[in-house]
Design a protein around this ligand. Structure first.
Ligand SMILES: Cc1ncc(COP(=O)(O)O)c(C=O)c1O
Length: 386
């Protein structure tokens, strides 16, 4: 690959010695699960993202699951969320016997459209899960206002948005609880699975800590059923090495996004739209394009990586057929699923590599507009509309 979608080896090369030393320390200590490294990470993350408490867990998925369990969401309850997200967001709701209720997205940001939330609320609604997709936060003011009026919990799925902001406030710090993922491809990624919950609610923090250890407190006494959602010390130690680099890495992604924006401006390619109130961390750089399969093939031939996040919106997934949604119900999510394509954006990308990607995309655009000018024009209209 001339330009892979992501090159984790490039990041590792810069911090290898520190990571190996941190791993060595943990192995020497033989404190393998939770322990001082996890506590240090919890404190550092909570402080950095303006929250009182952090609870290290085994993945972003388990962060969502533990949050829902601690808020006692279960059979008969409804949780409003977006269909245009990674499966875990709604999968966790269903695993607890509750029902995900999907509302469509704002096509500019790909995030849940707050204007559609209120009409989805029923007496069974217990929570809203806004997902800060691709590194850009949702429009949180109206979401919080609706939640307050209807007495709903807000679980921020900030798996893709650690350190991004909305009106100067950090992802994860606005709702009842925030959930981060340390999956290796995230801006702050571990060397395996990991996640963290953040909250300002002391009582909820207590329940989350109990929940991540099978509901046990004191040890071997269980008033509630929890799970094994504990974070490993090795992951915490590695993440502590990486944490001081997070801002520079996110800045690198923003710098790369600005280059793409400039190079692709004026073409029929839809470039990401970032709301003036938000600072994105560009966990992904997502373009919109018609004829996407052809573009992917062209990029592949040029040895350039790309990825579709996400090809099937959740309301149309086979496992959610029982929820009764059909094609056409959430048109913006469905359209996005047909048109989005993520390009390489990782911070270590060189200017030259971005140039290679942009040239390949624009070559494809010009070849396509010669062979199918009408379709190309239609697409340009669509992009302008958004
Ligand atoms: C939006 C979103 N939610 C939840 C998750 C789940 O996180 P994890 O993979 O750490 O379980 C992810 C991670 O891919 C995600 O992107």
């Amino acid at each position: 690959m001339k330009v892979p979608l992501l090159d984790l080896k490039a990041q590792y090369a810069g911090i290898k010695d520190e990571v190996l030393a941190a791993v060595g320390d943990v192995l020497d200590s033989q404190v393998c699960i939770l322990g001082p490294k996890v506590e240090e990470l919890e404190e550092r993350i909570a402080a950095l993202f303006d929250c009182k408490f952090g609870v290290g867990v085994s993945s972003g998925t388990d962060a969502l699951l533990a949050a829902l369990m601690a808020l006692e969401i279960g059979p008969g309850d409804e949780v409003i969320t977006t269909p245009f997200t990674f499966f875990a967001t709604a999968g966790c709701v269903t695993r607890l016997g509750a029902t995900p209720v999907f509302v469509d997205i704002d096509p500019r940001t790909y995030n849940m459209d707050p204007q559609l939330i209120e009409r989805a609320i029923t007496p069974q609604t217990k929570a809203i899960i806004p997902v800060h997709l691709f590194g850009q936060m949702c429009d949180m003011d109206p979401i919080m206002e609706i939640a307050r009026r209807h007495n709903l919990f807000v679980i921020e799925d900030a798996a893709q948005a650690i350190s991004s902001t909305y009106k100067g406030r950090k992802a994860g710090s606005i709702g009842t609880v925030g959930c981060f993922s340390f999956y290796p491809t995230k801006n702050l990624g571990g060397a395996g699975d990991g996640g963290m919950l953040v909250t300002n609610d002391a009582e909820l923090n207590e329940r989350l800590m109990v929940m991540r250890s099978h509901g046990s407190k004191p040890k071997y006494y269980h008033r509630v059923v929890g799970g094994n959602f504990r974070l490993d010390s090795l992951q915490a130690a590695i993440l502590l090495v990486k944490l001081p680099h997070l801002e520079a890495w996110s800045e690198g992604r923003r710098r790369n996004a600005a280059i793409y924006d400039q190079e692709l401006a004026g073409s029929p390619i839809g470039i990401p739209w970032v709301h003036a109130d938000t600072i994105s961390i560009y966990n992904q750089y997502v373009i919109r394009v018609q004829g996407r399969d052809e573009l992917i093939a062209h990029l592949q031939a040029e040895q350039i990586g790309s990825e579709i996040y996400y090809p099937v919106p959740l309301h149309l997934q086979e496992c959610f057929r029982n929820l009764g949604y059909k094609e056409g119900d959430l048109p913006e999510s469905e359209r996005a699923a047909h048109e989005v394509l993520a390009l390489p954006i990782y911070p270590e990308l060189s200017r030259e590599q971005i140039g290679i990607v942009c040239r390949a995309v624009l070559e494809w655009v010009s070849a396509r507009s010669t062979s199918a000018p009408e379709e190309s024009l239609k697409h340009a209209d669509h992009v302008t509309r958004h």
